[in-house]
Design a protein around this ligand. Structure first.
Ligand code: ZN
Length: 849
């Protein structure tokens, strides 16, 4: 999906939940390091002497085995990575309204937050999570098999893992088609990465790479799976329950903290103590004897010229004194020239790690901050570069540099500046942004998606997890004659009265933000409609003109509207009257602001939660416009919001007046004035007040009302469907909500009772109304229902048995009750015309007989 729901622009959400305080592992939401002091130094000294790597591959944020990642990264000091094929865009968001691209941005940050705790690195392919998929064939068809295989090969060739671990088996046992595909492609990539004839265009940047072996990290949740796992040949066991005395935690405990960062999925996890057995079954390559890394040389001996390095680094670790880390500096400085002389990717990486270890041992704090977190092209930022030597080792500062849009600015080297103990040394710089500086859009969103994959032009950016900082600072220090350069992104540092000190990225934003109130504008008749555009100044003294760009046949009045905004932050809403063409038509409308000869057509969206750093995006100021005939006889609608959806806004597009019903409305309000009452997604799962007032709602139907119940998660399902008994009474007669879903959005739909008024009045529904759907047909259909209900529609995934429980209709007293598990919550906000026509019939059901 690449539609930015415009109504979430400018939204700041703070979801306050108690944050557990951990003595050693402090959950970092502001870009600080997860560990500090002795454990951090000891782990980094260990790591300097280990030259081995492990890459895990799966499909989604949360598929990874976090305990195993922590075991390899922190227990074995191996370079450890997790390649998630997708950023998790297609899932359900449990903490806010963001969907699609915006949800992918949240999940990306949740993975990075998890990695800061377990110590692994994060990678992605270009694949977009397009929602649930039952088969690998469907998944690979939608992504393009070669596209994603190429990306996995690329990440392997760049990362050069000794061992690759698949999280899934590549068979239907894995369930989700994305899961199966991650293993099918992972197996192929294991050998393709080593083959110079596969994806030769990558060899401009990387070399072929053959990992030593490929494992499947067997998951065994059921006794049968456990038996199956035990029987696998060539497997080794790893105990992620091992205790790490330096960290004061086992890897499974660390995994609990790391995994609990997946808040948007509601995956809070326990910190498990005791053994935690993991099986790694050999899928390809040499089988190991006892250990996953058997036969892999993970020492400096694997690098030509590295022989002399290991003993020095072993001495550094062996003589490390927690109270005097500075005493380790001279030993590290002995190893440095040996490492610097080696031309090998491992040596390059280890040199950077060694320089950071030197800084840690010297208690050296380096930091670059800007005077604000956002700036417009053409403006000037003040940047403060600060360094403090918090040891008695005589570090001298010898240079600095800054790079940003428009080039680099280096202070270059200057005479060594002594750094007195614990005294900050400052440097103030200014940075003039060029007029054409690009906005800080995350790189994978800077172009429209190409179907179900992101369009990333620069090969080098494929696999990269996060948006790149716009400004980078470098600091050069003299350690007894050795020059060491440290790099840091420039950030904005501030104090929040409730959260304490925080930092956030510095971003470049457009001079004005242009937002449309709705991502979809539906024209149910030929009548003109008001389209509102909001313009907000990101800098002072902004004046210009707004206009709408429309497809041929559409007309906006007035053609242009001037605006003037004096202060930064000032905003104005401007309305245009848009007239659609007579015939059915659709297209895209774009709002454009013209300022100083420049055209701006994007808004500014900030996503803020306490567990991830604030994210800024620049959604297109564009909306889908639809001229489609929709007749409706209902006007006043009551909506019972469930877990969160955008259906009320969609119903307003039909000209309905929608009231969102509170607990009090349900308990005491007069419901008789509503033409229809609709329950939102998962409303019966999440609202006890709805379940408690079921009788009032049934009375409302009996007295002539229309009630529509959208999907709820079956008992025992995830996302609040865990309790039992809550779904026994969602209708006037018994019906059982179950697991069936139809995940192919093009799956044919049959009319079970074509004469029912629901399908003929006021809109005559035909096959055409089921065209152009997105993501899926529906989920959590009913599997059994009372004879009073009439099934309206039958649909099923290819090769599966027919399902008639997606839409059930019954008259009850003077009114009508409809259960419908079709995915209205996706189709309506996406502007699918048929979905509007069918939903209009449901709302109008009382008048249809
Ligand atoms: Zn998954």
């Amino acid at each position: 999906m690449s539609i930015f729901p415009a109504r979430f622009l400018r939204l700041h959400l703070y979801w306050l939940i108690p944050v557990a305080v951990h003595i050693i592992l402090i959950v970092p939401s502001n870009g600080q390091r997860a560990l500090s002091g002795t454990p951090e130094i000891e782990l980094s000294l260990h790591k300097l002497n280990v030259l081995g790597s492990v890459l895990m591959i799966a499909a989604h944020p949360d598929d990874e085995n976090t305990a195993l990642l922590a075991y390899f990264a922190q227990g074995r000091s191996l370079r450890t990575g997790y390649l998630s094929l997708t950023r998790g865009e297609g899932g359900q968001n449990l903490i806010g309204p963001q969907q699609g691209d915006l949800l992918g941005v949240i999940r990306t940050q949740e993975l990075l937050a998890a990695r800061r705790i377990d110590g692994a690195e994060q990678f992605f392919t270009r694949a977009i999570d397009f929602g649930y998929s039952k088969t690998a064939d469907e998944t690979l068809g939608k992504w393009g098999r070669e596209n994603i295989l190429a990306d996995i090969v690329w990440v392997i060739r760049k990362f050069r893992p000794d061992v690759i671990i698949l999280r899934f088996s590549g068979t239907p046992r894995d369930g989700h088609g994305h899961h199966q595909s991650s293993a099918i492609l992972g197996k192929e990539a294991f050998s393709a990465a080593a083959d110079k004839n596969r994806f030769p265009e990558q060899l401009r940047y990387v070399q072929p790479w053959q990992a030593k072996r490929l494992f499947w990290n067997v998951f065994s949740f059921t006794p049968e799976q456990e038996k199956e796992a035990q029987a696998l040949p060539h497997k080794v066991e790893v105990d992620a329950g091992e205790f790490n005395p330096v960290l004061g935690k086992s890897y499974a405990e660390i995994a609990g903290i790391s995994r609990s960062q997946h808040r948007s999925q509601g995956f809070g996890a326990a910190e498990r103590r005791g053994p935690s057995k993991n099986f790694l079954a050999t899928v390809a390559g040499d089988p190991p004897d006892h250990d996953p890394l058997d036969g892999v040389d993970v020492t400096w001996n694997r690098v030509p010229g590295g022989e002399g390095v290991a003993p020095i680094l072993a001495e550094a670790l062996g003589t490390f004194i927690p109270e005097h880390p500075d005493k380790t500096i001279p030993i590290l400085l002995k190893a440095r020239p040996l490492i610097a002389a080696i031309d090998d990717p491992w040596a390059k990486r280890k040199l950077e790690e060694l320089d950071e270890a030197l800084a840690l041992c010297a208690g050296l704090w380096v930091d670059a901050t800007a005077d604000r977190y956002s700036a417009v092209p053409g403006s000037t930022l003040k940047i403060n570069m600060e360094a403090i030597d918090r040891s008695h080792y005589p570090v001298k500062k010898t240079g600095f540099g800054l790079s940003g849009p428009g080039g680099g600015q280096g202070g270059g080297l200057y005479d060594a500046l002594p750094m007195p103990y614990n005294e900050p040394v400052h440097q103030e710089l200014t940075w003039k942004l060029p007029l054409d500086a690009p906005y800080s859009q995350p790189f994978w969103l800077s172009r429209p998606a190409a179907g179900n994959i992101y369009d990333i032009a620069d090969q080098q950016m494929i696999g990269v997890p996060d948006a790149q900082p716009d400004f980078m600072a470098s600091f050069t220090f003299d350690f007894s004659g050795t020059q060491v350069t440290l790099k840091r992104p420039v950030r904005y540092r501030y104090v929040d009265p409730t959260e304490g000190e925080l930092t956030r990225a510095v971003v470049i934003v457009p001079e004005v933000a242009v937002d449309l109130a709705e991502p979809v504008a539906l024209f149910p008749s030929e009548a003109p409609k008001k389209i509102e555009v909001q313009v907000k100044a990101n800098t002072a003294d902004m004046a210009g003109e707004l206009r709408l760009d429309l497809p041929a046949g559409w007309r906006a009045e007035p053609a242009r509207q001037p605006f003037r905004l004096t202060q930064m932050g000032d905003e104005r809403t401007v309305a245009f009257s848009v007239t659609p063409p007579r015939e059915g038509a659709q297209g895209r409308l774009r709002a454009i602001a013209q300022v100083d000869g420049k055209e701006i057509s994007s808004g500014v969206a900030v996503i803020a939660f306490p567990h991830i750093p604030p994210q800024t995006l620049f959604p297109d100021a564009a909306a889908k416009i639809e001229r489609v005939d929709v007749k409706i006889s209902a006007h006043k609608i009551g909506y019972v919001m469930g877990a969160g959806d955008q259906v009320p806004e969609a119903l307003r597009q039909l000209g309905c007046e929608v009231a969102v019903l509170s607990a009090r409305d349900l308990a005491e309000g007069d419901l008789s004035g509503f033409d229809a009452i609709v329950t939102g997604v998962r409303a019966y799962n999440v609202r006890a007040d709805l379940r408690a007032n079921q009788q009032r709602l049934m009375d409302y139907v009996q007295n002539g009302g229309t009630m529509i119940v959208q999907y709820n998660v079956a008992e025992g399902g995830p996302f609040g469907g865990r309790r039992t008994g809550e779904l026994e009474h969602v209708g006037p007669y018994p019906l059982k909500i179950d697991r069936p879903r139809v995940s192919v959005e093009e799956a044919p739909v049959q009319f079970v009772h074509p004469d029912n008024p629901l399908l003929v009045w006021p809109n005559h529904i035909s096959e055409r109304d089921f065209q152009g759907w997105i993501q899926e047909r529906g989920l959590y259909f009913a599997s059994e229902w009372d004879a009073h209900y009439q099934s309206m529609l039958e649909t099923h995934d290819p090769g599966e048995k027919p399902l008639e429980g997606g839409m059930l209709y019954t008259r009850y007293g003077k009114g009508v009750y409809i259960f419908s598990a079709f995915s209205w919550f996706r189709e309506l906000p996406a502007g699918v015309p048929g979905a509007y026509r069918i939903f209009a019939n449901m709302l109008s059901a009382r008048g249809g007989h």
